[in-house]
Ligand binder design. Structure first.
Ligand code: ATP
Length: 438
């Protein structure tokens, strides 16, 4: 039976655990709410998501460089950024079911758990995790786990500019862990307390900022489409004036229609000159840009495309999930794009008992794996092996059979069409690399 929309999330969560994409963190101790671990296939998928992002925003552009800054930062950073005074959610308790809820997560004024409307007064709850740096736990050693990677970029703006001799516009990109003590985590890896972000701060001349804001919205939207997300499942949502921070000139979210509803994958914010001005004021270091041509000094404007790596990975997983009726059976396939598929090729011997077939299959695999991410599997009959590979999105299966020993050809089966082709072993790597665009 093909699964209904509501059950899809359940199926995906179970597939993720069964096949080693995502496990609950510290599961043997009963798990820790809202933290998840990526298993052998999940880590490959997530690495591919990060690789695709880095290629798109750093390696294939002339105006963006990378950075990897520390998670722990000087506590003043968070005063300057406004996180200490403003990074709050308003929380309320449902008087009926006693659940603690974010006020902005009510459904038409009702409790999302029990549907009643009686709540306690709202209280501000700061989302930053506090910790202490060094052996003494006093107020002077207090610090925070960063709630976003962006501030590591702002405090390094001058370093990067001085080291690279770049001119505006200049983007600085970073991928890294962030931490938020979310009030109501949930929906699998969509809202976690420890997660990974992919952020760019794009510094421009003030007069160019509006144009780059629009460009980045398009660029980032197309990135998801180019990696295979279905067009009808992706949309842009511009924030209303009442949603914007006082300094912001605009913000547009890219949303994906998950089985649990339309939800934010990434926000592209037009932050004007707020961040560099704040850090100049709090640090006493002048972070203005000196334009050598006009001899002007000014605070650059900032466009910030800020996405979540885990949310993007979950969207790619959800979007890739397909069930098809094939010969009266349900075939589950993860139709990942070539770039994202965790495994590109599986090499399968048709007869595990035939030592010559096994030897040839292993030889083929050893040769392919120098250039292509591939696996060897002989732990079941061929039909089952195909189904296993379909279920994790492997692009091609290469089958070695008795005839291969004579004609030196193998069968290549495509995941999406299930069509099979005989390919000479000598041409195999070239054939696969061309098909995979590697
Ligand atoms: P939300 O409204 O869903 O709490 P946000 O608007 O606070 O998200 P931002 O501060 O704009 O999120 O963070 C940028 C990106 O980081 C988000 O678009 C999302 O992809 C990711 N992100 C933020 N919080 C989480 C989280 N708790 N778990 C996973 N990813 C997150």
């Amino acid at each position: 039976m093909i699964t209904q929309k509501n059950d899809v999330m359940e199926k995906i969560v179970s597939l993720c655990k069964r096949r080693g994409f995502i496990f609950q963190s510290s599961e043997i101790y009963g798990g820790l709410g809202s933290t998840w671990d990526y298993g052998p296939l999940g880590v490959e998928l997530k690495r591919n998501v990060k690789g695709a992002w880095w290629r798109a925003v750093v390696h294939t552009r002339d105006d963006v460089v990378g950075l990897d800054s520390a998670i722990l930062m000087h506590p003043k950073t968070w005063e300057a950024s406004g996180h200490i005074s403003n990074f709050h959610d308003i929380v309320i308790d449902c008087k009926n079911c006693k659940k603690r809820i974010r006020q902005d997560h009510l459904k038409n004024g009702k409790c999302p758990y029990c549907g009643t409307k009686e709540f306690t007064e709202g209280r501000a709850f700061n989302l930053m995790f506090k910790t202490h740096v060094g052996p003494v736990e006093d107020s002077s050693s207090a610090s925070y786990l960063r709630p976003e990677t962006a501030q590591g970029i702002f405090v390094n703006f001058k370093n990067v500019l001085d080291a690279t001799h770049r001119k505006l516009p200049l983007g600085i990109a970073q991928i890294g862990k962030s931490f938020r003590n979310e009030v109501t985590p949930g929906n699998f890896t969509f809202r976690m307390r420890e997660f990974e972000q992919m952020e760019i701060e794009y510094f421009t001349k003030p007069q160019d900022a509006d144009q780059y804001y629009q460009q980045w919205i398009e660029e980032r939207f197309n990135w998801y489409l180019n990696l295979g997300i279905k067009k009808e499942k992706l949309k842009k949502r511009e924030h209303g004036q009442d949603e914007l921070a006082h300094y912001a000139k605009g913000c547009t979210d890219i949303e994906y229609e998950f089985p649990f509803g339309w939800s934010e994958l990434e926000g592209i914010a037009h932050r004007a000159d707020y961040d560099l001005k704040q850090h100049s004021q709090f640090s006493g270091v002048d972070l203005q840009y000196h334009d050598q041509v006009t001899n002007e000094r000014f605070f650059p404007y900032v466009i910030e495309p800020s996405g979540g790596c885990d949310r993007a990975t979950l969207a790619f997983l959800t979007d890739a999930y397909h069930e098809e009726e094939v010969k009266g059976e349900t075939r589950v396939v993860l139709k990942f794009s070539k770039e994202l598929a965790p495994i590109k090729v599986a090499v399968l011997p048709l007869l595990k008992k035939n030592g010559d077939i096994v030897e040839l299959a292993k030889k083929i695999k050893n040769n392919l794996q120098k250039d292509i991410v591939c696996v060897y599997d002989d732990t079941a009959a061929i039909g089952k092996l195909y189904r296993r590979q379909d279920e994790v999105g492997t692009f091609f299966c290469v089958t070695v059979d008795v005839q291969s020993l004579e004609d030196k050809q193998v069968t290549v089966r495509s995941r999406d069409t299930m069509l099979q082709e005989r390919i000479p072993v000598d041409n195999l790597k070239k054939y696969l690399m061309e098909k995979l665009a590697l």
